[in-house]
Design a protein around this ligand. Structure first.
Ligand code: COI
Length: 362
């Protein structure tokens, strides 16, 4: 039984007509629901003050540790409306566990799994009307996060911390997602090093990715592809906000091993489903040279990215300092589209949930 997050309901919700207009075209990350979840941690009291309140700005002292040393972590998950009106989460326990691992790496206090889930679920119940109707690819994107609020500019783990959850109705992350995206292979920037924060879902990793994302856009690409070395050599790691998967002509589904990359829930889902699609799941390093050669000789037939926001997004081409090539014919691969549809079908209740991944909220 999770902890209660008592609801202090807003007296000025977004008017129904305005909410309907937002839900008809939500975009990604631009609109927010009426409420937020919060809880506070101090060494003396542990986690306390759990509540759901009207969405409002935080008041932070200018010396709050998060503003100086980026002591912050987050998660991303979605609430899906099924055809019968019920609302479900997909493998939220995995997000709760990863939140604990991220907290350990960033020296934040651990939030018990049941508190993580209670904050997420109570917020969804309070803002149920914000969960988009079933039938499309819309969902309610839920963003749990934790950050150091203590007013202190010495460098040590903060002794006052906030857990919060906000929610945002969402359409596809990449407007061109289903038709495929192109990736810029950065020779200048890497994402993570052994022993660094690569496996943690911390804001700092995403701040560090922005310069590479600008570089990608300047080269006409949608996102960046990181290698584990600079200089345009080395092994493929992950894309800016997604894990990477390759399909080979010998029927393997290959994805880089864990270590410095994010332990993606969708990545893990794809590995678990591969067999059903006649693919052998393989976690191993893939070098840029192998990708280039495989794309040229046809032994790499499909590439896609996996993430909560991006679901399964076909990758149709790669560019770098001295190359520019397509995967296959530069259109989404058959296995990619089939896997994508199957994951969405499970999430929206259209396919049997054989693995017990769905958790009912409403
Ligand atoms: C997610 O897929 O939930 C992510 O974390 C990507 C996000 C940074 C937009």
């Amino acid at each position: 039984m999770g902890r209660d997050f008592p609801l202090f309901r807003t007296t000025s919700p977004v008017p129904a007509a305005e909410r309907a207009a937002i839900l008809s075209e939500p975009g990604f990350g631009r609109h927010f629901t009426d409420h937020m979840a919060t809880a506070v941690w101090t060494p003396a009291d542990g986690w306390h003050e759990h509540r759901i309140t009207p969405l409002e700005p935080f008041s932070l002292h200018p010396s709050a540790a998060v503003l100086h040393y980026a002591q912050e972590i987050f998660e991303g998950l979605k609430a899906y409306r099924h055809a019968d009106g019920s609302v479900w989460l997909f493998r939220p326990e995995e997000n709760a566990r990863r939140f604990i691992r991220s907290a350990q790496r960033i020296a934040l206090p651990e939030l018990p799994e049941e508190d993580f889930l209670a904050g997420v679920e109570e917020l969804i119940r309070a803002d149920e009307q914000w969960v988009p109707a079933s039938g499309g690819e819309e969902s309610l994107y839920v963003r749990p996060f934790m950050f150091a609020t203590e007013a202190f500019i010495g460098v040590r783990p903060a002794e006052q911390v906030m857990y919060s959850v906000i929610a945002s109705p969402a359409g596809p992350y990449f407007p061109s997602g289903v038709s495929g995206v192109s990736l810029w292979v950065s020779s200048q920037y890497t994402r993570a090093a052994k022993g660094g924060t690569g496996t943690a879902k911390c804001g700092g990793n995403y701040a560090a990715s922005l310069a590479a994302q600008i570089e990608a856009r300047e080269h006409g690409c949608d996102q960046v592809m990181y290698l584990d070395e600079t200089g345009g050599e080395g092994n493929l790691e992950e894309s800016g906000t997604m894990n990477l998967c390759l399909v080979t002509s010998s029927g393997e589904l290959v994805t880089p091993p864990l270590g410095t990359i994010l332990e993606g829930v969708t990545r893990d889902t794809i590995l678990a489903l591969a067999d059903d699609f006649g693919l052998t799941p393989v976690e191993r390093s893939v070098s840029l040279d192998e990708l280039r050669a495989g794309a040229a000789d046809g032994s790499i037939t499909e590439v896609f990215a996996a993430g909560t926001a991006a679901v399964v997004t076909p990758i149709v081409g790669f560019k770098g300092d001295d190359f520019d090539f397509l995967i296959g014919s530069g259109t989404p691969g058959k296995q990619t589209v089939a896997l994508r549809n199957h994951v969405l079908d499970i999430q929206y209740g259209r396919a049997e949930d054989k693995h017990g991944w769905m958790r009912r909220v409403i």
